[in-house]
Design a protein around this ligand. Structure first.
Ligand code: ATP
Length: 206
């Protein structure tokens, strides 16, 4: 469970439908570069930005993350969003994390370049900017120049604290994995073997 002595915590929220090596490589790279005490993976409940019916049951998504992070002591998974009923928003998650960790813990939300463009659609985004910092990472297929411009603008306009980083570009997405499984193709090397086994055992994404 969460350890209150940690001072710098990375948060990786996502649908994780399913979790893949792109997520794990990203999280461990950022954990080391920013000397984070740990990275907490937070699978979403009912994501407000995605069609609910198309998202796999939260318990399966949680189990896959739990299995995937179990081999890294710097990783943890949280039920914070999947245990909340109804729609879940980052502001509510942050409020709960702040309560659990106390004010002297720095919370750093790890986000992909795609997410930087969505920040102003988040509920109470100005409050969110006051409660946590962000680590924005490059992702394949994104225009770096407009990405940096957008970040500078958010920092100036909203006093948001956004660090940027390069991370190994791993062209894996959950979408690609779901498509492969639907076509009956292998997802070997895209997800940990334990996650692949879980998908097969539970007949997910077919
Ligand atoms: P989908 O294809 O269903 O949209 P996804 O692979 O993007 O899913 P999410 O659960 O939405 O996975 O991702 C959670 C976070 O991880 C997001 O911030 C996203 O930008 C980031 N992320 C996902 N895949 C990668 C990757 N290959 N490299 C770097 N960041 C990634």
């Amino acid at each position: 469970m969460m350890d209150k002595t940690n001072k710098k915590i990375g948060i990786l929220g996502g649908t994780f439908d399913p979790v893949h090596h792109g997520h794990l490589i990203l999280a461990d790279d950022v954990r080391q570069k920013f000397s984070l005490d740990k990275v907490v993976f937070i699978p979403s409940g009912m994501p407000p930005h995605k069609a609910v019916s198309s998202v796999t049951e939260a318990e399966h998504r949680f189990n896959m993350v739990r299995i995937a992070v179990s081999t890294n002591t710097g990783f943890e998974v949280s039920r914070i969003e999947i245990d909340r009923s109804g729609y879940t928003y980052t502001i509510d998650t942050l409020t709960q994390l702040k309560r659990e960790y106390g004010d002297d813990t720095e919370l750093l939300f790890i986000i992909g370049a795609d997410v930087v463009n969505d920040l102003l659609t988040w509920k109470n985004y100005e409050m969110v900017f006051g409660m946590c910092g962000f680590i924005a990472v490059l992702r394949p297929g994104f225009d770096n120049e407009s990405f940096v411009k957008r970040i500078n603008w958010l920092e100036e306009t909203y006093k948001a604290k956004i660090y940027t980083t390069d991370t190994p570009l791993i062209e894996i997405s959950s979408t690609i994995i779901r498509e492969k499984l639907q076509r009956g193709q292998s997802i070997k090397y895209l997800v940990p073997e334990s996650v692949e086994a879980y998908v097969t055992e539970n007949g997910l994404y077919t």
